[in-house]
Ligand binder design. Structure first.
Ligand code: NAD
Length: 292
């Protein structure tokens, strides 16, 4: 079976490779030549536009930076005269509102748009072990499930369109707030003389434990390696999606507001492309201490 894949970045390229490894033929497109080249070397058929990648296929996937770019790609794809497309699977992290708007756009041409954001990062994309949170109809979900199974290990049909993006947004809201809190807490601990191994061991088996404590301390903080991982810029974007959504609902989100300022500070320090654990360095510099 042939699929379209639009966006071959940190997530999109390994996802494309998973599709190829699962015996799908892939028509792929990205704006960046290097990404296109790597997809070609992996066996994808390269197209010169998003519209061409989405032609002659029933299902297209995209993994793009933000909702505005997804909208632009959708407009281009939907302008195609002979549209065979039935399902548009959006793996990007966007707001529930944007997902519902995209679904309205595609419905006019008889295409079902499904928001299917993912969790598990670049490593999960490479190994096909992503968590996928799908929003769309029961029939649509049943149709695209084999494709989602090629890229993910845990696949959830959350509900109607927008719900996949909703749960992803809420999850990443918590991730960002937790990261901001852990950065402060570890530096506070260091200031009172606690070492990192002690904090990892005891908090990791106490009520303050979290993904950040269990995963990020050994893999990033302990190694003083802030490269790769989940970028400050991406988490900053996700906190912004939650802030916009809360504003529409007239709901105060003070934890998120504080966290977003910490991520903005990290971006101002030049840590935008580093892992979210780079937030630790802000507090270390301020308090003149290294957590070790
Ligand atoms: P990325 O910036 O590495 O890749 C995005 C790709 O989209 C780039 O290759 C870019 O050239 C391409 N692109 C931009 N505009 C385009 C257009 N008009 N047509 C075709 N291609 C276009 O980003 P990423 O890290 O791969 O993330 C993709 C999405 O997945 C984002 O929405 C992100 O929030 C989400 N996400 C990322 C991670 C992660 O760990 N990186 C984890 C979960 C979810």
């Amino acid at each position: 079976m042939k699929l379209g894949m639009i966006g071959l970045g940190a997530m999109g390229l390994p996802i494309c490779r998973r599709l190829l490894a699962n015996n799908y033929e892939v028509r792929a497109f990205d704006l960046v030549e290097k990404a296109v080249q790597e997809a070609r070397e992996s066996g994808a058929e390269i197209c010169t536009s998003a519209a061409l990648a989405a032609s002659d296929v029933d299902i297209v996937l995209c993994s793009l930076p933000n909702a505005a770019i997804v909208s632009g790609v959708l407009r281009e794809v939907l302008a195609t005269e002979d549209l065979s497309l039935k399902y548009f699977i959006d793996l990007s992290s966007i707001s529930p509102d944007s997902a519902r708007n995209h679904a309205k756009m595609t419905a006019e041409r008889g295409v079902e748009y499904m928001d299917c954001p993912v969790s598990g990062g670049v490593g999960g994309a490479a190994t096909g072990t992503l968590t996928v949170m799908a929003g769309g109809s029961d029939e649509g979900f049943a149709k695209v499930l084999p494709v989602l199974e090629a890229i993910g290990k845990k696949i959830y049909h959350v509900g109607s369109v927008g719900t996949g993006s909703g749960i992803k947004m809420v999850n990443n809201y918590l991730l960002g707030c937790n990261m901001a809190a852990v950065a402060e807490a570890l530096v506070l601990g260091a200031k009172i003389g606690l070492d990192l191994d002690t904090m990892y061991e005891i908090i990791g088996s106490s009520s303050g434990r979290s993904f950040i404590i269990e995963n990020k301390i050994p893999n990033f903080i302990k190694k003083r390696n802030f490269e790769g991982g989940f970028a400050v810029d991406l988490e900053h974007k996700d906190l912004g999606l939650a802030a916009d959504t809360a504003k529409q609902l007239k709901m105060p989100t003070p934890m998120g507001s504080t966290a977003i300022q910490m991520f903005e500070t990290a971006r101002a320090k030049g840590y935008g492309r580093q892992d979210i654990t780079a937030l630790l360095k802000i507090w270390e510099e301020l308090m003149d201490i290294e957590v070790k």
